[in-house]
Ligand binder design. Sequence first.
Ligand code: 5GP
Ligand code: ZN
Length: 119
Amino acid sequence: MSEECIFCKIARKEIEIEVIFESDNFVAFPDANPCSKGHTLIIPKKHFVNYLDLPAVLGSELLDVIKKVAEIQLREGAEGFNIIVNNGKEAGQVVMHSHTHLIPRRKGEKARVSFPCAN
Ligand code: 5GP
Ligand code: ZN
């Protein structure tokens, strides 16, 4: 666990956040710069750099948390959601503590989500 890592500090609750959902090994909280209303980040409580680093044994718990957060977003009016994971600087990863973006989508609402392969 890194002393300086901002998401480690969030996981240790040294920085106040709104906990949207929490499991044994993950915590979900609002993104500070949301791409759409309700944009949520899911992070492991332990420091892992990205998905390559994340133990596969945590995979099913992570999927469960993704589904729980998505259900909350759908209850709050979302009609769909994007799951985005940036792995590595060249892929757009800025915070080097593994995190999964869950971005709720609503008809007619503009979201700042871009797909590099779409043209
Ligand atoms: P990345 O580009 O690394 O996949 O995304 C990092 C995300 O973390 C960005 O969407 C950014 O808005 C969010 N973020 C960075 N620092 C903080 C913070 O201190 N608190 C919260 N809630 N979100 C943060
Ligand atoms: Zn960390």
